[in-house]
Design a protein around this ligand. Structure first.
Ligand SMILES: Nc1ncnc2c1ncn2[C@@H]1O[C@H](COP(=O)(O)OP(=O)(O)OP(=O)(O)O)[C@@H](O)[C@H]1O
Ligand SMILES: CC(C)(CO)[C@@H](O)C(=O)NCCC(=O)O
Ligand SMILES: [K+]
Length: 249
């Protein structure tokens, strides 16, 4: 059994796969390491013997997370590392080590699945878009605030924007002009993301015509699904790249 982790800024996405055949035994989203340990303990079957992870957290946080896991389960932990090139893809950053590893793995995964030019959009705490041409060259990308950051900035920096998560979820059932604060904010931020995604599509079309694949991943992928009906929604795209960057044989 292999424990796989995608440690984002807000959440840890985890899953356990079988070493043989890579079928998925269990998985989920947690917000703390102790919740992760409980969740993995709660699985039936043998405890995973190995762990591979990608983290965009600090070196210290990532090390301490790895230590907590090896203590809890006695497993060995490998972390994805920055690379200038891997699996036919070259990192497009001036300083390749600065490219977020979640972005790197998602674009490795996307290029591996598409085998042609791709636009990879990840909607999490931050929203990112990355471009890989047909020859596997990463052309760079864009970073902007995701839905959680946009709404929290408004809540934090205004006095009269206050609402709870349930109201927020309900407000997104439609995108017509809001008649309450929660509707106005939630729909406004959702439309910001729509605009971002549409602009990325235009750029990709300008570069590659119709010869490219769009991948959408991340916890908020559903928010833009209707804007890019042609997109491949691949929730585990980072894990596809993780298996490529950290093969465990
Ligand atoms: N089961 C879930 N648990 C937590 N968040 C979820 C879940 N499903 C969807 N989301 C949404 O996903 C978003 C978080 O995205 P995601 O989990 O991809 O990344 P993250 O860990 O917050 O950040 P990063 O972009 O650094 O990976 C939140 O806006 C949240 O509303
Ligand atoms: C942009 C995020 C936060 C997205 O998770 C992550 O990829 C990151 O911290 N990247 C480092 C900065 C960069 O990619 O240029
Ligand atoms: K992410």
């Amino acid at each position: 059994m292999i424990l796989e982790l995608d440690c984002g800024n807000s959440f840890i996405k985890w899953r356990v796969i079988r070493s043989e055949g890579a079928s998925i035994v269990g998985g989920g989203v947690v917000d703390t390491v102790s919740a992760l340990i409980d969740a993995v303990r709660g699985l039936r079957g043998p405890v995973p013997g190995r762990c591979r992870l990608v983290s965009v957290r600090t070196e210290e946080e990532t090390t301490s997370l790895g230590q907590a896991l090896s203590q809890a389960f006695g497993l060995s932990v490998v972390s994805a590392r920055p690379a200038k090139a891997l699996a036919g893809v070259t990192n497009g950053y001036d300083d390749y080590e600065r490219l977020g590893l979640d972005r790197w793995l998602a674009l490795l995964g996307g290029y591996h699945l598409a085998r042609r030019a791709c636009l990879v959009i990840d909607l999490g705490t931050a929203v990112t878009a990355d471009y890989v041409c047909a020859a596997g060259e990463h052309l760079g990308g864009f970073i902007c605030p995701g839905m959680p950051l946009m709404r929290n900035q408004l809540r934090t920096h205004t006095r009269r924007i206050r609402y709870d998560d349930l109201a927020a979820e309900r407000a997104l059932s439609s995108l017509v002009p809001g008649r309450t604060t929660v509707e106005a904010v939630e729909r406004g931020c959702a439309l910001m993301l729509h605009g971002f995604v549409l602009t990325q599509l235009e750029q990709a079309q300008a570069l590659w015509g119709e010869d490219f694949t769009v991948f959408v991943t991340g916890g908020d992928a559903a928010l833009v699904q209707n804007v890019v009906p042609q997109a491949r929604i691949v929730p585990d795209l980072v894990f596809v790249g993780l298996a490529m960057a950290c093969p465990l044989d």
